[in-house]
Design a protein around this ligand. Structure first.
Ligand SMILES: [Ca+2]
Length: 964
């Protein structure tokens, strides 16, 4: 599905060639309308959205059945089993059933016609008895299955249905060998459902294709469209027969497909080497299709994605069809119609032919689409991919519109999880974002697979689940089941696959990357402020376990076919697991005060991150690297690297201070094993030794607070001295940060904010958060002494209450901790209330961008309308209120086009204005501006500077009076 501009011969049209391929599809959408289960209404119309799974919580069947309920005690499979089958079930279905019963303990089967022994389990297999009411009949592929009371009964609408029944029965087999007792009534919600092998890249091997058919049988899929992007025998060299070896493989593939009730489809893209008007070329094409039929293909698709509208491959085409999109459509229709007639005459059992049009992903009606709709025979199906090549969502409305535009049944060829357009990515998230109507309204639904066949099974399993039962589809549950299916019952592999899929889950369809890790990481950081707590230990333990799974990923997957195809991703995740573990070791060592171990882990982490930077594949984007970065920053803060003065470029390793300062401690980080001495220079005694370097590489020496003007390391190779960090005793021991320097606070109410404390010394900072507040303002902070770990900021809640009766205006509150103080300016403002006064006012503006965005749209109460100004820094919007008010609050909702600076002006008469508030550094969005302005009849929002290249745009402006 790659965008491969340089590789196609098409010159005229932008050469978008996508290997998005569909097969031909037999049943019309009406054929999948579900019958009512006994006692319920028709699921297609008013069925409940949840499946009927009464008492069946422990029954796990995928794809999710339309109706499933528990039926009492499990069924023992006896030594001898009487298997009574009519002619509906084919040999592979019965073989699969016998194998399953043997696995459950059956040793022999009662011979046909012989007496059934007393107590033997009876298994009946046959066609559903015709019902008098056709609405109660199962659709094609439907089945019922009853296990319980010493009997197992499988009925099918047809042979496909019985095959599906056996797939369900297999999932009722319990670990103890008994069969869970259940009553199932089930049918496919999409008549044709399956996969496309259509990616550019190394096509799957024959063995991989066979295994994929096994998977498809298990998951009740019934269409495999063969359409590899790199198979020339279905593209430029379509006239040539496949080599004998390939033909033999196809025969075997077709045999396996029949075994699994899968229809094998073949897609051909002849457009780059064909004269559309030529009868000879048409005959060559039908000869090739006959040859593919003989090999066992039963469905065909013609692909014209890469056809040029301005270039023909023979003069006859130009004479016959002309040029342009309509001509291309007529030429394609001629070929498709001839092929469809040939198939109908020669191979009446063939599935309906489908055509992949040149405009397969566009929106709406076009000249090409109209011409194709008119010229194409009614029975030919048209393929599309939704609106967009890889659409985030496909809605029933979009499908209905496309079906109307094309005028033919639509085959939805979904470009998920195909990854050939996204180097370095595998898409392992669940299928999602497609409305159930897309399945029900398509003649077929095919998911385009990735180059990695085994890994593809995670998303393909979920797509099969959706196609089978779209209304009850739950992506996350289906996804977990898909991963479990691939793990095949191995718990360690399941854990590994969950991690692999979890860190490769995002795509155009949505899906959150590393969703399982995010809460672990959040909890880890949240609990770190109290590192010795039980919560912190548990959070760290959980995160370490998750990193261990990542480290062990390649090992845990080894020995599976999956291991090789996902090796680049699993190895990269293993490296992240190593790096994550090093990060945890580092943070642990910090808590333990082990500077040497922390420094060693930091170096190790740095090396691992350098190796991670060079990889070509992407995993855990937005989660794993940010964690490592944050851990790294935490160490650098802990070790003081954030305030390390710059080193001199060469020579001795020394630090000269601009003036003598009281020195609290010195941290020196060197390559481990470096020998040397740390010295400080004092005014009275000159250089004196502070201590020897630690062999660990991390040396932390207390300096006693004596004034020093230089620090150096002697006796060591300067290149091995990595960091030289002084900690001063004449600066505050802690930091105190306010969220903002000022805050509005309602008079008579309490305002809550959070301050952040940090230690600026190589040790814990302890003390009380102190407050000095003026009269009328009460500030509450934690009473107890606070301990702020070295290198770990701690957030502390602060409550500010402005007492009733306090005059409006600014009040300075001083907060102190560890020798540092900060001033918080509390703007006491009167409380506001009552209705939005702007709502009833008359709006005006300096100018409106267009009549579609009038000034009145900013006070119309409609959140979807907005005022927009021309591009002008000084543009303004205003409103005349119904009567004068004492204005207390203006609430603005800016669109993306907002000012970076503006003023709120007020006026009593609309002529003389005064500034009520000036806003600097506006970030747009929703902003509240407080004031206390009497006698306001007119209110104006006046821009000063635009934040974007557009004008200003306001969704709404609200005005509130001061409350009494
Ligand atoms: Ca509005």
């Amino acid at each position: 599905m790659q965008l491969r501009g340089g590789r196609t011969a098409a010159a005229g049209r932008a050469a978008l060639a996508f290997a998005v391929l569909a097969g031909a599809f037999g049943a019309a959408p009406a054929a999948v309308a579900a019958p009512p289960a006994p006692g319920t209404t028709a699921p297609g119309t008013t069925a409940p959205t949840a499946p009927e799974t009464t008492g069946a919580a422990d029954l796990s069947v995928w794809p999710r059945p339309h109706s499933l309920r528990a039926n009492g005690a499990p069924v023992e499979v006896t030594d001898e089993v009487a298997l009574i089958a009519d002619a509906t079930a084919d040999a592979p279905t019965l073989d699969a059933l016998r194998a399953l019963l043997r696995e459950a303990g059956a040793r022999r089967f009662t011979a046909p016609g012989a007496q059934v022994p007393e107590g033997a389990l009876v298994v009946r297999v046959g066609a559903e008895r015709a019902s008098g009411d056709p609405r109660r009949a199962l659709p094609a592929g439907g089945y019922t299955l009853t296990t319980g009371a010493e009997a197992v009964t499988l009925t099918g609408a047809d042979g496909d249905g019985l095959f599906h029944a056996v797939q369900t029965l297999r999932q009722l087999l319990r670990p103890d060998g008994r069969l869970a007792a259940a009553v199932v009534r089930d049918w496919p919600g999409t008549a044709v459902r399956g996969i496309t092998e259509g990616f550019y890249g190394t096509p799957w091997t024959h063995e991989q294709r066979l295994a994929q058919l096994d998977f498809m049988g298990r998951t009740k899929q019934n269409r495999y469209l063969y359409a590899p992007g790199d198979d020339l025998h279905r593209q430029a060299r379509w006239r040539e027969p496949y080599p004998a070896e390939r033909r033999a493989e196809f025969r075997e593939l077709a045999e396996r497909a029949r075994h699994h009730h899968v229809t094998l489809g073949w897609a051909v893209a002849p457009g780059q080497a064909m004269c559309f008007a030529s009868d000879d070329d048409l005959r060559a094409l039908t000869r090739k299709l006959d040859a593919m039929w003989a090999l066992g293909f039963r469905a065909f698709q013609l692909q014209f994605q890469d056809v040029s509208y301005s270039e023909w491959h023979c003069g006859a085409d130009a004479d016959r069809f002309g040029s342009g999109p309509g001509a291309a459509a007529r030429a394609q229709a001629r070929v498709a119609n001839a092929v469809a007639r040939h198939l109908a005459g020669r191979h009446p059992g063939a599935a309906a032919l489908s055509l992949m049009p040149t405009e397969y992903y566009e929106d709406g009606s076009t000249a090409y689409r109209r011409a194709l709709s008119r010229a194409l025979d009614p029975g030919v199906e048209v393929a599309w991919t939704g609106v967009g090549v890889v659409p985030r969502t496909i809605t029933g409305g979009e499908l209905a519109e496309a079906r109307q535009v094309f005028g033919h049944p639509l085959v939805t060829m979904d470009n998920y999880p195909v990854n050939d357009y996204a180097p370095g990515r595998i898409f392992l998230g669940p299928y999602q974002g497609r409305e159930p109507a897309v399945a029900a309204g398509s003649a077929g639904l095919l998911a385009n697979a990735m180059e990695q066949p085994e890994a593809s099974r995670i998303p393909l399993f979920t797509a099969a689940d959706f196609a089978w039962n779209p209304r009850d589809y739950r992506p996350q549950e289906s996804w977990r089941a898909a991963i479990a299916d691939l793990a095949g019952g191995d718990a360690r592999r399941l854990e590994a696959l969950t991690a692999l899929a979890g860190n490769d889950a995002s795509s155009v369809l949505g899906g959150e990357e590393s969703a399982y890790l995010r809460p672990l990481l959040e909890e880890f950081w949240r609990t770190r402020a109290a590192p010795r707590s039980k919560d912190a230990a548990a959070a760290a333990q959980r995160l370490r376990a998750a990193f261990t799974v990542l480290r062990e990923l390649p090992g845990r997957l080894s020995g599976t076919p999956l291991a090789a195809e996902v090796a680049p991703w699993s190895e990269r995740l293993a490296r992240y697991g190593d790096a994550g573990t090093a990060a945890l070791d580092m943070l642990d060592a910090q808590h333990a005060g082990d500077a040497g171990a922390a420094w060693t882990a930091y170096r190790s982490l740095s090396g691992q991150r350098e190796r991670l930077a060079s990889a070509r594949v992407t995993v855990g984007k937005g989660v794993l690297d940010p964690f490592l970065s944050r851990a790294r920053k935490a160490y650098e803060s802990w070790a003081g690297l954030g305030h390390e003065p710059p080193a001199r470029p060469a020579g001795d390793r020394a630090l000269h201070l601009p003036r003598a300062r009281a020195l609290h401690a010195v941290t020196v980080l060197t390559d481990p094993g470096t020998r040397g001495t740390v010295e400080v220079r004092t005014a009275d005694r000159g250089w004196r030794g502070l201590g020897a370097l630690s062999a660990s590489g991390a040396t932390e020496l207390r300096a006693g607070g004596a004034p020093a003007d230089a620090v150096r390391v002697t006796g060591a190779d300067p290149a091995r001295v990595r960091h030289l960090v002084p900690w001063f005793a004449d600066a505050p021991a802690a930091s105190l940060e306010l969220p903002e320097e000022r805050t509005d606070a309602d008079i008579g109410a309490t305002t809550r904010l959070t301050v952040t404390l940090g230690s600026l010394r190589p040790e814990e900072a302890r003390g009380r958060l102190t407050v000095t507040a003026p009269g009328g303002v009460e500030v509450r902070v934690p009473k107890e002494a606070l301990a702020v770990p070295r290198g770990t900021p701690v957030e502390v809640p602060v409550e500010v209450t402005v007492e009733p009766g306090t005059p409006a205006g600014p009040y300075d509150v001083r907060l102190g901790f560890g020798g540092v103080t900060r001033t918080l300016t509390v703007h006491a403002v009167p409380r506001t209330g009552g209705p939005d006064l702007a709502r009833g006012g008359r709006a005006g503006s300096s100018a409106d961008e267009t009549p579609d965005f009038p000034a009145s749209a900013a006070n119309d109460g409609d959140p979807a309308t907005r005022w927009s100004s021309p591009v002008d820094d000084d543009a303004w919007w205003q409103v005349e209120l119904e009567r004068p008010v004492r204005l207390g609050k203006v609430a603005l909702h800016w669109q993306e086009a907002h000012p970076s600076a503006y003023r709120v002006e007020v006026s009593a008469d609309g002529r003389t204005w005064r500034t009520a508030a000036a806003v600097r550094d506006s970030e747009g969005g929703r902003e509240t501006v407080r004031m206390d302005e009497p006698d306001v009849r007119h209110l104006r929002v006046r821009g000063e500077k635009r934040a974007t290249r557009y004008g200003y745009s306001l969704w709404s402006v609200e005005a509130y009076a001061v409350a009494d």
